[in-house]
Design a protein around this ligand. Sequence first.
Ligand SMILES: *[C@@H]1O[C@H](CO)[C@@H](O)[C@H](O)[C@H]1NC(C)=O
Ligand SMILES: *[C@@H]1O[C@H](CO)[C@@H](O)[C@H](O)[C@H]1NC(C)=O
Ligand SMILES: *[C@@H]1O[C@H](CO)[C@@H](O)[C@H](O)[C@H]1NC(C)=O
Length: 683
Amino acid sequence: MPYSWSTLLAVFICIQGFYTLSYPHFRNHIRSAQNGLQFEQIFLDSGTNYTLSSYLRDLTLHSHLAGTQPALQTKQYVEAHFKDLGLETHTVEFEPLLSYPVHASLSVHYRDGSSEDLRLTELGQEGRVVMPYHAYSPSGSAFAKAVFVNYGRDEDYLALAALGVNVSGFIVIARRGEELSRGKVVEKAAEKGAVAVLMYTEGVTSGGVERGTVMGELGDPLTPGWASVHGGEKLGLEEREVRERLPKIPSVPISAENAETILRSLEGPRLPYEWGMDTLRSKIDSVGPGSTFLNFTYQEEKKMVTIYNIFAVIRGWEEPDRYVLLGNHRDAWTYGAVDPNSGTAALLDIARRYALLIRSGWTPRRTIVLCSWDAEEFGMVGSTEWVEQNLLNLGYKAVVYLNVDCAVQGQGFFAQSTPQLDNLLMEVTKKVKDPDSEGMVVYETWAATDGGINIQRLSGVDSDFAPFLQHAGIPSVDLYYGKDFSVYHTAFDSYDRMTQLDPSFHRHVAVAGIWGLLALQLADDPILPFDYLSYAAQLQEHANSLSYLLGYGTSVHPITTSIQQLAAAAKQMEVEAKKFKKQETIDDLSKLKRRSLNDRLMLAERGFLDEVGLQGRPWFKHLVYGPPNDYESNLVFFPGVANAITQATRMPKRDGLLAIQHEIWRVARAIQRAADAIKGEVI
Ligand SMILES: *[C@@H]1O[C@H](CO)[C@@H](O)[C@H](O)[C@H]1NC(C)=O
Ligand SMILES: *[C@@H]1O[C@H](CO)[C@@H](O)[C@H](O)[C@H]1NC(C)=O
Ligand SMILES: *[C@@H]1O[C@H](CO)[C@@H](O)[C@H](O)[C@H]1NC(C)=O
């Protein structure tokens, strides 16, 4: 087809762009609300699967691990893309400590004197991608027997203890679970006296091995809490604060096949029944140890390297100092087709479509910033350093942070967000075509899934939203299609694989559509589309779950009282906001009032931040959403309360209850601060 619909559209837009430049009053005119809808429509109509697939192919031609030479090419590609579109482009460098493998070996020595060398690489991928490793694992070696520790949780070690198995002096084999991060698994194993950890992942593609970081915290380990700039202060590796962030014993990831070889040779007590019915269970009988010895060596190199965050900025016309941020990381363990460059392709396509809007006369009301992060895989390093560097400005100017990491992992739409954005998210999905069902919008298929729409909360620390929300208190969203893809962090996360996960790239189109439209509305709506009544309702559900969990003895009443204040403030706000809605041409005084109202909406989330932060992890300031130290409490909200509940089990009853009650009061005060921010008055 020589003249596609999009070519015609592009011609139309060029003509319109010409008129826009020539007639200033027309330019004013198209800022009206009705034209806002027109721009939305242009944005939606300009989504194309072939641009997305070609960006992804270019981004995944070679592996591009942060801090390596090939990653520079990927950086240049993204920079050139933004610049070629005529967007204001900036690159911000940091110089963190990253970690790379030098050598690893693992052999099994059987009772009969025979031995076997296990391959630690992925067949056929040697030299093309970095060997499977755990970033920040120390160098080390061990010649020891092995014990299987299931997921490596406290309860797993308790089960082992009940069987009379003590892992001290052994190499432990752990399978990856959802509850503990890799870093936590290694930390717990080290606490129990293990000398090394081998980790495997079930369900991973055959022969694939899952890489990952084992650093416990976020950002550059040498600059805890401040930015890792060239020539800036860096702690030494020997300092306590740094040592505490880095693992104490070596670890590597291994393939499920290698894990099976080792696990089959174990002797000792039988596997506890509660350890589940995974694929290996039928093949292994015992937790170990046995008579088999493992010989494990690992050598790493820690290096200070330059990393690059790239930004494209579209300045707002009414509130240039209010930021709507869209972010995705660019660095990948290997080729990164799913993780993260399906998201990068979407970001690049949004840039293309926004440039089209600009040419047709659009300028956002607020400033839009497209962010391409580096070194996320090492522990959200690029985004964390940038947030730390800009904490003050972001604190009072950032409206929202919209994250997309692995945009397309398979089928089905998933979203996580802070609750004031729930309604906007649902509204936006009503405007975007469903990639898998002809004639339907994303919202319809999403609502039709088992259990209906289920927006998750952002307590995890598995992508770049963590510093924005959990450190800086910026309302956040995270979007993706599909979950649990089998090539996660392996050499098989390639463009070819993506052509199976999203054969015609329509899921990419859907994610880019939802992501870009969310930002358009957040940047252009005269009144920020934040719904704090919905936040209050969610908090009340959290409070109810907590109350149920705690039973008698502890009262969540302070939280409930604060939630009522928040709901009352939110209701009052709605009344005020109504006055401004539909009113487009307003005088300066009203503009000032509208801005102050928007500021109250923007700042409310900051209320949940607490200067002191979570106990033992003061960098995490958000008391509603953040990572609990342990998952024993099963709470995915109020992390401080969750920690207190876990600790209480190891304290005299009365002290435990007091500690929990104190954390409840802290949450109550945080919610009260959010309510006060919405009220916006001190007296
Ligand atoms: C495990 O063994 C080590 C070394 O023999 C010992 O110090 C430790 O107390 C033991 N742990 C338990 C829970 O028995
Ligand atoms: C363990 O492996 C290392 C590295 O291959 C080797 O140098 C060492 O001799 C081995 N140790 C034993 C006891 O086999
Ligand atoms: C884009 O979508 C069309 C229609 O579904 C399909 O025929 C085409 O192959 C897709 N292009 C790519 C690059 O996937």
